[in-house]
Write a protein that binds this ligand. Sequence first.
Ligand SMILES: NC(=O)C1=CN([C@@H]2O[C@H](COP(=O)(O)OP(=O)(O)OC[C@H]3O[C@@H](n4cnc5c(N)ncnc54)[C@H](O)[C@@H]3O)[C@@H](O)[C@H]2O)C=CC1
Ligand SMILES: O=C(O)C1=N[C@H](C(=O)O)C[C@H](O)C1
Length: 248
Amino acid sequence: MNILLLGYGKMGKAIEQIALERGHQIAARVDAHNRADLETIPADAVDVVIEFSAPESAVDNIKSCLQRGWPVVCGTTGWLSHRTEIEQLCQEKEGAFFYASNYSIGVNLFFRLNKTLARFMRNYPSYHVSMTEIHHTEKKDAPSGTAITLAEGVLEGLPNKQGWVTKEAGDDKGSRINSTDAVEIESLREGTVPGTHTVRYDSEVDRIEITHIAHSRQGFALGAVIAAEWLIGRQGVFGMDDLLGSIE
Ligand SMILES: NC(=O)C1=CN([C@@H]2O[C@H](COP(=O)(O)OP(=O)(O)OC[C@H]3O[C@@H](n4cnc5c(N)ncnc54)[C@H](O)[C@@H]3O)[C@@H](O)[C@H]2O)C=CC1
Ligand SMILES: O=C(O)C1=N[C@H](C(=O)O)C[C@H](O)C1
């Protein structure tokens, strides 16, 4: 397939390498400096777009591609307040849009483990749930998209919790509630860490915790290419549960 890489930074380059290894072609590489080129690329030169750019550019990028009739696989985080708008545009254009806060298969297994653990903990209110995510110092958004998905999974299993809050300031980005009623998320930025997520349940006497550690960006990149292969020929709005469900 002919892939348009929209955003050619750390992830764009990792995706290019895996796409070439899997026998695909790169139709174009569009980054901030040549963003205007997007409008000049012939529509039939592109089978699918893989968009990994920045929180402030993702929405415009996705809209431009859906307007051109291109299927879009998006991994950019930090723009989800516009999700409904994008999903409506996709339906209106009869297009195809795939989003995941994390394309790694391992993280998606971890998402399922997290939901199961949260259901187990429902009857043990003496445990306080909190999360920590660690990423490289270039990361623009906090908490990470993955941490937000994990928090949503915890909230599904623990109906008494009322939202998530960022730990440092208590100035939540999810909902304005007391942190004892909420899932606390701590965001740390260290060196070149690709992505580490921990969910923990602490009581007076012990702690239960689960951690996913990405050793590199390879897992994210491979998942994004597999999602692009899967998306071609489909119409609608999709996520990793659709993809994994279809290959289980
Ligand atoms: N869903 C997932 O599995 C993963 C998501 N991410 C997310 O992907 C995004 C990109 O991550 P990285 O590649 O590490 O960042 P990066 O900063 O290395 O690369 C982003 C690139 O986008 C470019 N860019 C900025 N504005 C643009 C525009 N208007 N059009 C096209 N390109 C533009 C930048 O110049 C830069 O080269 C982030 O939001 C990150 O959180 C990262 C890893 C995995
Ligand atoms: O910015 C990153 O690097 C990553 N971003 C994603 C997120 O916000 O969850 C996924 C991964 O953790 C790496």
